[in-house]
Design a protein around this ligand. Structure first.
Ligand code: T1G
Length: 705
């Protein structure tokens, strides 16, 4: 009997059914491969068995190898379960529902036939966790569907819906959603006497297509060059598919195994595995009752049809949730709706959605002009100007009209949500739903917990995030919450290094080389220098100690607001978004340095990277100390999905562990001595350095598990 009964066997109508039962997703954990081997051999030896079916219990077929086992010694069974399946004397049919991913699809490819329900998805997503299909997938899939289609699936790691998989030739038959087992048994009986048995490893006809297009491998390398910068896994995937074309099957398997071993414990793979589990952990709300099932939001409303308001409305419409958009003036409403129409039209033009999808989604967004019109909505998200008086006025009105139990949420990116809750009689229903620009693109949703926000409101807002395709991460209310607050010191250091003579293009290059799609100055030109200028003005008015940022202020006062004015940190040619370093900026930097009496100097790339990221690591420690985030890994999820932090580096706190807490404390103390209070080491930083602990495992006090 297989270890821990994760695999079982029964016979129905002359068909041996091998069922994988290893919740939650039937990963190939301990005992699963052994169980498959045991029961395939049992079926072959049993005269009452004419054919077999491999099926998953619960919600999925097999979602791949057990990722938690990676990097650990894994006792391998004497024979590969994939070979045992493929060498079976009696036909084996893979019956797929939910997901057949990674090692799961590799086992299905080792069966003689594959049937699936329409809602199933198949794929080889190993590249997304920094490895490659190491169970024969890179050798069998090209033989079944051709090297080009196989390479596209393996290098993208995408999940392919069953219908498309059938068209590609992976799935032999789409079967009844409600009776997969029955349909698979019937299919198995229909092929029980067919010989010879089809074995993917023996197929070579599709490999010939590479002869007519020998350049396909180089073409793929070129097409991924920008996105796969600094990464190894995507290129190893291509090399394996090429081996499938140029080497006999067993040799190709050797190549696959060798390249897999190179990747398994690479920094890239460790970081991507960390990110995978961090994205699952972030959904867990400490202290929430296990059976807490928040009500799903079926109708929503957005206050404000500006850029963010329109983008938020599109999120709901994109996922089938009707949403009302409220604006004070008909003119503003019309402008807002026009922007939404244009955004959809651009997406259709780009091919990211179809015209049909646009026509389905637009009508779900209903413009309204009266608060009464939204009173029956399950949730409302306020997205008006970042001014306290305006927001207080909106929340007072919402409190007056919204039905009991409605979620009253603000999209503020920095203003304390307690201020809005304070003008209502239901602070428990008030919280933050902070979207990142562009709202209908960025995956992060920062769910802000106010002092009186109930855990039900937090859970319901996290559920909204899941329902509109976002990754929700909880932050405690404070200035800038967790995401922006942890990133703000990076921006400040970038600006202050200019006063010492650094140049925007050097700092941006350091961040792009590190793996960011763009540097902070190019991003600032995109979003507009005036946006942060106004924020700084407000802060300076409220806080006399607020540190003025002379260089950006001067550029804005010179009318350089970024791409929209043709010049900001860089200058831009008409109709072209390519940033060109500008002597004007260089002279402003020198001028400010002279006026402030700051000696100008050069910077190494490493110093720049550390000034930027360590400032945020230190702030992240303060955020955890104050309980404004549950886990360091939550902050990493925020940086990955809110700020474009390079995923193969895991996240800010995961990266900090590659530098080491003692070295980081030494560096921060050095800059504290040189630059003063803004570099005061956080208490948690000292504790982690003293205990030799890790940043990525840090949690806020009181957060267990
Ligand atoms: N290993 C271990 N745990 C896994 C797992 C896996 N492969 N997949 C999911 N889980 C856990 C997950 O951590 C969570 O746990 C729970 O299951 C539900 O997952 C030899 C080398 C299948 C699409 O990369 O993409 O095969 O938080 O919240 O949103 O070639 O999970 O509840 O404790 O994500 O419905 C290749 C990874 C492995 C697929 C379901 N396979 N999984 O999504 O649920 S490498 C993958 C997913 C490999 C071979 C190689 C998704 C999902 P907890 P969930 P979901």
């Amino acid at each position: 009997m297989s270890e821990g009964n994760v695999v079982r066997f029964d016979i129905e109508d002359g068909v041996g059914v091998i069922t994988i039962d290893n919740p939650p997703v039937n990963a190939l954990g301990p005992g699963v491969r052994e169980g498959i081997i045991e029961f395939v051999e049992k079926g072959n030896a049993d005269p009452n068995v004419n054919a077999m079916v491999l099926i998953g219990a619960g919600r999925s077929f097999i979602a791949g190898a057990d990722i938690r086992q990676f990097g650990k010694p894994r006792p391998q069974p004497p024979r590969r379960s994939t070979d045992v399946l493929e060498d079976s004397a009696k036909p084996v049919v893979a019956a797929i529902h939910g997901y057949a991913l990674g090692g799961g699809l590799e086992h299905a490819l080792s069966c003689n036939y594959r049937v699936a329900v329409r809602s199933a998805k198949v794929g080889l997503p190993e590249v997304l966790i920094g490895v490659l299909p190491g169970g024969g997938g890179t050798q069998r899939l090209p033989r079944l569907i051709g090297p080009k289609a196989a390479m596209e699936m393996i290098v993208s790691g995408r999940h392919v819906p069953a219908e498309e998989a059938k068209k590609l030739g992976i799935i032999d038959e789409i079967v009844d959603e409600k009776d997969l087992r029955g349909a698979a048994i019937r299919f198995a009986k229909s092929v029980a006497s067919k010989r010879p048995l089809p074995r993917v490893r023996e197929k070579t006809d599709r490999l010939a297509e590479a002869k007519s297009d020998p350049g396909m491998f180089d073409a793929m390398k070129k097409s991924i060059a920008r996105k796969a910068r600094n990464q190894k896994a995507p290129y190893h995937c291509i090399a394996c598919v090429e081996a499938a074309v140029t080497q006999p099957f067993e040799e190709g398997l050797q190549t696959e195994r060798r390249l897999f071993a190179e990747l398994e414990n690479s920094d890239e793979a460790k970081a991507l595995r960390y990110a995978f589990f961090a994205e699952r952990e972030v959904a867990k709300i400490p202290g929430a009752p296990k059976d807490l099932k928040p009500p799903r939001v079926k109708t929503a409303a957005v206050i404000g049809a500006g850029t963010m308001g329109g983008g938020i409305a599109m999120c709901f419409a994109d996922f089938g949730i009707p949403v009302k958009v409220l604006e004070v003036s008909r003119d503003a409403l019309e402008k807002g709706m026009q922007r939404v129409r244009e955004n959809y039209a651009v997406s259709v033009k780009r091919g990211s959605i179809t015209q049909t999808q646009m026509d389905e989604r637009l009508p779900r967004i209903r413009p309204v002009e009266r608060y009464e019109d939204i009173a029956d909505c399950d949730a409302v998200i306020e997205a008006v100007f970042e001014r306290i008086d305006v927001k207080k006025d909106v929340f007072a009105k919402l409190d007056a009209v919204m039905k009991p139990g409605a979620l009253l949420l603000t999209n503020s990116s920095a203003i304390d949500t307690d201020i809005m809750a304070g003008v209502t009689r239901r602070p428990q229903d008030v919280g933050g739903a902070h979207f990142f620009a562009p709202a209908n693109v960025m995956k992060l949703l920062e769910v802000v917990r106010g002092t009186n926000t109930s855990i039900e409101t937090i859970a319901a807002t996290m559920q909204i995030g899941r329902d509109i395709g976002k990754i929700g991460a909880v932050a405690g209310t404070c200035d800038g919450f967790a995401a922006n607050r942890s990133r703000a010191p990076l921006v400040t250091e970038a600006m202050l290094m200019l006063e010492e003579g650094a140049l925007p293009e050097q700092i941006d290059k350091v961040m792009v080389d590190f793996g960011y799609p763009m540097g902070p100055f190019a991003v600032s030109d995109l979003s507009g220098l005036d946006v942060s200028y106004d924020t700084r003005k407000r802060r300076a008015a409220a806080d006399p100690n607020f540190r003025k940022l002379h260089v950006p202020d001067r550029l804005v006062e010179m009318g350089r607001k970024g791409q929209k004015t043709g010049a900001g940190w860089y200058r831009y040619e008409k109709g072209d978004r390519t940033p060109h370093p500008d002597e004007v900026v260089k002279s402003v930097i020198a001028e400010v340095g002279r006026e402030l009496g700051i000696p100008q100097r050069t910077f190494t790339d490493e110093e720049i990277l550390r000034r930027l990221l360590l400032a945020s690591v230190n702030e992240a420690c303060k955020i955890l100390e104050e309980g404004k985030a549950y886990r360091a890994s939550d902050l990493d999820v925020m940086w990955l999905h809110g700020f474009g932090f390079p995923r193969y580096r895991g996240g800010l706190m995961f990266w900090a562990d590659t530098v080491g807490s003692k070295e980081i404390l030494r560096q921060v103390e050095e800059w504290h001595a040189r630059y003063g209070d803004r570099w005061r080491p956080a208490k948690l930083l000292r504790e982690i350095a003293a205990s030799g602990g890790s940043f990525r495992e840090a949690k806020s006090a009181g957060t267990t598990g």
